[in-house]
Design a protein around this ligand. Structure first.
Ligand SMILES: C[S@@+](CC[C@H](N)C(=O)[O-])C[C@H]1O[C@@H](n2cnc3c(N)ncnc32)[C@H](O)[C@@H]1O
Length: 452
């Protein structure tokens, strides 16, 4: 197979992401399988797809300068082909004749003859200047500091601001550019070996912090996941740490009841389940979306029968089962701003207007979790987002709503107590904020509380 096929697959996926809100990480593997590409071409198609989606914001600025018109006035199929061409010319540094010709061929297959001439002209203009020159031109056209970072690092401006505020809360604003670039890098594939049912392969590289994690050297980890019946599973190191923080908050006692309030797709439930099996604890894993509950069922299957699955609205469990649990994991639905590197198109789909609805749901789930806990029980509040409205503000609001019921626990000490290496953490010792650029994890936030 030639590189042209890799480009066609990438173009098709970009079109589906634009036209039908497809998720690239779900669609691409199916398209790769159908195209039967060699592993080298599959790697190229993956890089073209994810790289183009991540850096789309930057490429659009370049295209606007080269085409002398806003991207809103360029037809979508033409724009996607131009973005793919930009990724090859400006980031992969593909020889310009190949990048231009192949991209123009994609336009020919999807648009009018006049569009072919237009795309050819724009790409030749881009190819004529070096990538550093385009970077400077884009920088010169920026309206202000946030617009500069948004365009050079390819993030929507509101997300740049949200990340800036989150870092400022740790007095680490100077790390903003490193964070934005970490979002643009492909994350390593990371796995967890569920304790009690799997062991880390001896020749694998252990995670820096998570005692149960290891790095996948490359290629598709599906075979090892299948061969172990899911006892070894793909899971971000930050996600592993979050689940282990709840386990390590206090030595588990036999007979405890634990609740994973929002369990789908089940990564953390699987880690909790293996601890539950080891300590003779009962775990209830709850999820409101049936298809996601099915994923939880599969995730916890390797561990056996310690888990009861329920399909309920987590906001009412506190009222239905008041004081029924010793520990609750609330891994709340959130903006996911901490996992942008993992879902390449996500940053372009989210909007600041999503935040208030999510924070209302998070607060309601926290209230339910507090009600579901016995006095002396432990709440572990987790988000895969560093947005302050979902993290620190959510914590201080919860403490204000439940002044006689909630007290913070030293979450940073807890994670340091079991991590394989000390984590460079900042801010409030009751809260752990992980970062892609500092820890190589998703930007998970974890806060432990005790119910009084
Ligand atoms: C961040 S995800 C949880 C990830 C999971 N803990 C893991 O590690 O795989 C949040 C989950 O909450 C679910 N959810 C949303 N609203 C809910 C509600 N009211 N009650 C229960 N689950 C809810 C979503 O469907 C989603 O699966």
């Amino acid at each position: 197979m030639s590189g042209a096929s890799a480009r066609t697959v990438a173009f098709d996926v970009l079109r589906a992401v634009d036209e039908s809100d497809a998720y690239a990480n779900l669609l691409l593997p199916a398209r790769l399988e159908r195209a039967r590409l060699s592993s080298a071409d599959a790697g190229l198609a993956t890089e073209l797809t994810y790289g183009t989606l991540r850096r789309r914001g930057y490429y659009d600025r370049v295209i606007e300068l080269a085409a002398r018109r806003p991207v809103s006035r360029i037809d979508e199929p033409v724009l996607d082909a131009l973005r793919l061409g930009c990724h090859q010319l400006l980031t992969l540094r593909t020889p310009s004749h190949a990048a231009v010709n192949e991209s123009v061929e994609l336009v020919r297959s999807a648009a009018s003859r006049s569009a072919v001439g237009f795309a050819n002209g724009v790409l030749r203009t881009i190819a004529r200047a070096r990538p550093e020159v385009w970077r400077q031109r884009v920088a010169d056209a920026a309206r202000d500091d946030d617009d500069l970072l948004a365009s050079l690092h390819s993030h929507p401006t509101w997300i740049v601001r949200a990340l800036r505020h989150a870092l400022a809360a740790e007095h680490r604003e100077d790390e903003l550019e490193a964070l934005l670039e970490a979002d643009n890098a492909a994350p390593r594939v990371n796995l967890a070996a569920l304790p009690g049912v799997a062991v880390r392969p001896e020749d694998s590289e252990p995670d820096r912090y998570s005692p149960i994690g290891f790095v996948w050297p490359g290629g598709d980890p599906a075979a090892i996941v299948e061969a172990t019946g899911g006892a070894i599973r793909v899971q971000d190191e930050g996600s592993q740490l979050a689940a282990q923080i709840l386990v390590a908050a206090r030595p588990p006692a036999a007979g405890e009841r634990w609740l994973d309030l929002c369990a789908g797709p089940g990564g953390k439930a699987a880690v909790l389940a293996s601890a539950a099996a080891a300590f003779d604890v009962r775990l209830v894993a709850n999820e409101i979306v049936p298809a996601r509950l099915e994923l939880v069922r599969r995730a916890v299957a390797p561990v056996g029968t310690v888990v009861e699955l329920t399909e309920r609205d987590g906001t009412v469990i506190g009222a239905e089962e008041a004081a029924g649990y010793d520990r609750v994991l609330l891994d709340a639905p959130c903006t996911g701003l901490g996992a942008l590197r993992r879902r390449p198109e996500a940053r372009w789909r989210k909007a600041p207007g999503d935040v208030p609805e999510l924070t209302r749901l998070q607060a309601s789930l926290i209230d339910s979790a507090v009600a579901a806990l016995r006095p002396g029980g432990i709440l572990c509040y987790v988000t895969c987002s560093p947005h302050l409205a979902e993290t620190r503000v959510q914590v201080s609001d919860a403490l204000r709503r439940h002044p006689l019921q909630l007290r913070e626990l030293p979450t940073q000490d807890v994670v340091q107590s079991f991590a394989e290496h000390p984590l460079d953490l900042a801010g409030d010792p009751a809260q752990v904020q992980l970062w892609p650029h500092r820890h190589g994890t998703d930007a998970m936030f974890v806060a432990l509380f005790e119910k009084m």
